[in-house]
Ligand binder design. Structure first.
Ligand code: SP5
Ligand code: ZN
Length: 342
């Protein structure tokens, strides 16, 4: 399997996040991509190529144009305002406040375009966001050109990013952009299967009223797990999208047996939809030793996951999302891919 990877992710470094009232170093850091990259070489997964540039206009097919235009401006505006720390929002237009009037200051704009404080900006953040977007589209092209599968080693991840909101380490929704690109290229039906520990709220929101992109999520129950405010089992889509969204919230402690049972049900939904291409939002924060998550998948479960996904028998694009146990992230993520090829 070919991997698409850009070293331009690396400037997105030294971000902070709020955990339990404290500002701490971000769990989402450059070593994640480095460990995965190294594991690809160690197991000989296949060639690693750099992405080519893609028109950012493609991002505006799934995100609001003003949101996409904001992203490259966030860090420069933050610096002009006199800050040198990572840019982090602190105030949001919750229900009862007005969200129809974009504010003028960067401090307010960060909240206007986010749903949490989890997507911070540093000097290299925009370059990394753009490289991650390019990575997803370059890998999508490989699948379109006939590869059975490809791996977009995206960083930063994307599945929490909604139509006009960043959050949860995500800015542009790479999997959603790839799905839209496949549609634009003529695919009639695309499925996004999100196996990250956290519900892919952004992906769900983007396609919620659409019947051409099926969205399936297996994740920690939002009653206790981030992102908390989306991802319940009764969210089935709306309008033209009614019946095309499927959520599998699972309890803390879920192991492979229970996770796999949910996957089997999810794959029945997928087969019924009969997509032409599958996009896997690949997070490996379901791992038993992930520092921010509560499932119990083991390293030898990931090849089983990959092998089952291969049995679907469809062209498959893997897009990297979360996973924070950096020592094992390469073993687990690449384990899915080698399992797919076995
Ligand atoms: C892409 C992705 O996986 N994003 C995840 C974002 C999760 N952000 C908040 C998680 C809060 C969990 N609490 C941390 C406790 C650490 N001891
Ligand atoms: Zn996650």
């Amino acid at each position: 399997m070919k991997t698409v990877f850009s070293p331009r992710h690396a400037g997105h470094s030294g971000q902070t996040e709020l955990v339990g009232g404290e500002i701490v170093p971000g769990f989402e850091n450059p070593s994640r991509a480095r460990f995965i990259r190294e594991r690809i070489d160690a197991v000989g997964l296949g060639p690693v190529i750099e992405p080519g540039p893609h028109d950012i206009a493609l991002a505006k097919r799934v995100h609001k144009p003003d949101y996409v235009d904001f992203l490259p401006n966030a860090w420069p505006m933050w610096r002009v305002a006199g800050h040198s720390t990572p840019a982090m929002p602190f105030v949001w237009p919750a229900p009862g406040l007005r969200s129809d009037v974009p504010p003028d200051t960067i401090e307010a704009l960060l909240g206007y375009y986010s749903f949490d404080a989890g997507a911070t900006f540093v000097e290299g953040t925009w370059e990394a966001i753009k490289s991650s977007f390019d990575t997803a589209l370059t890998a999508a092209s490989l699948v379109k050109e006939g590869e059975r599968s490809a791996f977009a080693l995206c960083r930063p991840p994307g599945h929490h990013a909604g139509s006009a909101s960043m959050g949860g380490y995500c800015y542009i929704n790479n999997a959603a952009v790839a799905a839209q690109w496949f549609r634009d290229q003529g695919a009639q039906r695309v499925t996004i299967l999100d196996v990250d520990y956290h519900h892919g709220n952004g992906t769900q929101e983007i396609f919620y009223a659409r019947g051409d992109v099926q969205v399936i999520n297996l994740h920690g129950d939002p009653l206790t797990e981030y992102p908390h405010f989306l991802g319940h089992a009764d969210e089935h889509g709306t309008g033209d999208g009614e019946g095309f969204n499927h959520n599998y919230p699972l309890p803390a402690g879920t192991d492979w047996a229970a996770w796999n049972a949910a996957l089997e049900d999810a794959l029945r939904q997928l087969s019924g939809f009969a997509p032409e291409v599958v996009i896997v939002s690949l997070g490996v924060d379901t791992f038993e030793r992930d520092p921010i998550s509560h499932f119990r998948l083991r390293s030898d479960d990931y090849p089983k996951m990959g092998s089952r996904l291969a049995k679907i028998g469809l062209p498959t694009l893997f897009v990297m999302e979360g996973g924070y146990a950096v020592e094992e992230i390469g073993i687990n993520a690449v384990g899915v891919l080698t399992g797919f090829e076995s």
